[in-house]
Design a binder for this molecule. Structure first.
Ligand SMILES: NC(=O)c1ccc[n+]([C@@H]2O[C@H](COP(=O)([O-])OP(=O)(O)OC[C@H]3O[C@@H](n4cnc5c(N)ncnc54)[C@H](O)[C@@H]3O)[C@@H](O)[C@H]2O)c1
Length: 366
């Protein structure tokens, strides 16, 4: 299908070109950055802390697990000799707690600002009651437990809101620019969101978890079209099942016999985003590292014989070309709507504006 110029929005929203799969992150570009991570006491958060501490960054982690977070920071300080590592208690579901966390991070930042925010804290669904109506006997059905939405959605929205407040105020930072020289760009304005493969496809029996992660993808897809206006760049990681404490025993049993990824590859993907200030509006899926090859139709397949050609891959570009090649349905609907607007012309615009003014100046629908 020919590519219509009207759909070429990448330049308008400052989306950078696809990641170069052969290019690892340059840890030197992480040095001197101040990075704030929610849910940093375990799993990926602990992995980011270790990698970026070793690279010389200031890393500030917040978590509800005070004992684990405190100990982790002590251990990594000792291992790396980096004194600029900090733990603060932070409950992402509590607005005041997150505000305090960001204020503390700014206070300990050597340059008084934040370069990257990683909205990482997350939980799985502790009680997927929404799926079990047969358990709800009695005349008054109990409300569903929405704790997973509190952490994975409300918490991420709070983090995003604070990131969009603090990142543009990062002293000496300039608006994110895909054409900058990373070795000369010491200050940054970067928000990294953590969704999941559950943000792309369903996970039966984890409906609320998958709903929360779909919402994070929605947040990302909306913000990448607008947050460049604050000079902020945004990127997204969607991991497959990765071996961290979040994967429960029941989950491990379901996954038994299949492929599971490693946290180091999520850390690698995140490091690429954090290190390179040119990357904006990109999303990756991170899964187990496997040998794969592309056939003549462009389909990827597993390379099953040692001697056959292929490449080792854990990180895959995702939501890569949707600005250029939007889905057929969306494209058709938008084309029809644009045609209606064209036909109605200025007369239609004027008619609607008069109607809107008569409607009164209400800023909400309530
Ligand atoms: N490991 C996987 O298979 C996988 C796959 C896809 C997405 N993810 C996502 O990656 C992120 C990190 O997960 P992980 O695998 O490192 O899990 P993890 O359980 O090892 O780490 C999550 C951290 O978040 C913290 N946390 C929970 N509730 C919090 C709250 N209210 N406030 C602050 N911190 C809180 C926990 O204490 C923990 O330290 C999560 O958003 C998760 O949904 C993980």
């Amino acid at each position: 299908m020919p590519r219509a110029a009207a759909y070429s929005l990448e330049a308008a929203v400052r989306q950078s070109p696809p990641l170069d799969a052969n290019n690892a992150a340059d840890d030197a570009w992480v040095r001197d950055k101040t990075i704030v991570i929610t849910g940093g006491a375990s799993g990926f958060g602990a992995g980011y802390l270790k990698r970026w501490a070793a690279a010389g960054a200031t890393v500030v982690i917040g978590d509800i697990n005070v004992k684990k977070g405190d100990q982790l920071v002590r251990d990594v300080k000792k291992e790396t000799g980096n004194p600029n590592l900090h733990f603060f208690h932070c409950d992402v579901t509590d607005w005041q707690s997150q505000v305090q966390f960001f204020k503390d991070a700014v206070k300990v930042s050597p340059h008084g600002g934040i370069d990257t925010v990683v909205a990482n804290a997350g939980i799985t669904d502790p009680d997927p009651t929404i799926e079990k109506p047969e358990d709800l006997d009695g005349p008054n059905p109990p409300p569903p437990n929405l704790a997973v939405l509190d952490v994975n959605l409300k918490g991420v929205l709070y983090t995003t809101h604070l990131a969009l407040f603090y990142l543009p105020r990062n002293p000496d930072s300039t608006p994110a620019n895909p054409n900058c020289d990373p070795s000369q760009t010491h200050r940054d304005r970067h928000l990294l969101l953590l969704s999941s493969m559950a943000g792309i496809w369903p996970i039966p029996a984890q409906t609320l978890y998958a709903t929360s992660k779909h919402a994070v993808v929605g947040l990302y897809r909306n913000l990448r079209s607008s947050c460049f206006m604050h000079g902020v760049r945004i990127n997204l990681i969607c991991p497959y099942f990765i071996d961290t404490p979040i994967v429960t025993t029941a989950g491990r049993m379901v996954l038994a016999g299949g492929a599971v990824g490693k946290a180091e590859h999520v850390v690698e993907a995140a490091t690429r985003f954090v290190a390179d200030p040119r990357i904006a509006g990109r999303a990756v899926f991170v899964g187990p590292k496997l040998k794969v090859a592309q056939n003549a139709d462009g389909e990827w397949n597993l390379v099953e014989r040692e001697e056959d050609a292929g490449e080792q891959r854990a990180i895959w570009e995702l939501y890569a070309h949707d600005f250029e090649d939007s889905e057929l349905f969306t494209r058709n609907v938008i084309r029809i709507m644009n045609r209606v607007t064209e036909i109605r012309g200025w007369a239609g615009w004027l008619q609607d504006m008069i109607k809107a003014i008569k409607h009164g100046f209400r800023m909400t629908s309530l």
